[in-house]
Design a protein around this ligand. Structure first.
Ligand code: SF4
Ligand code: SF4
Length: 62
């Protein structure tokens, strides 16, 4: 279970990177990406990355 970032919609604002409690988000090329093996979907809480992302439907279920 993990979320993923749609690279084509990510504006690379960086807001999500430091919100992740598992440091699963990092810059990859011209957009940010979630390392699936590190994402726990915030253990049932509302995904912190999605909460701060200013782009609709940018962070989705992997
Ligand atoms: S859902 Fe939570 S654990 Fe997964 S990338 Fe987003 S902030 Fe990190
Ligand atoms: S908050 Fe959204 S738009 Fe900003 S870097 Fe993260 S995924 Fe991309």
């Amino acid at each position: 279970m993990a979320l993923k970032i749609i690279a084509s919609t990510c504006s690379a604002c960086g807001a999500c990177e430091f919100e992740c409690p598992n440091a699963a988000i990092s810059m990859k090329g011209s957009a940010y990406a979630i390392k699936a093996s590190a994402c726990t979907e915030c253990d049932g809480d509302a995904p912190k990355c999605r909460a701060v992302c200013p782009v609709d439907d940018c962070i989705v279920q992997a």
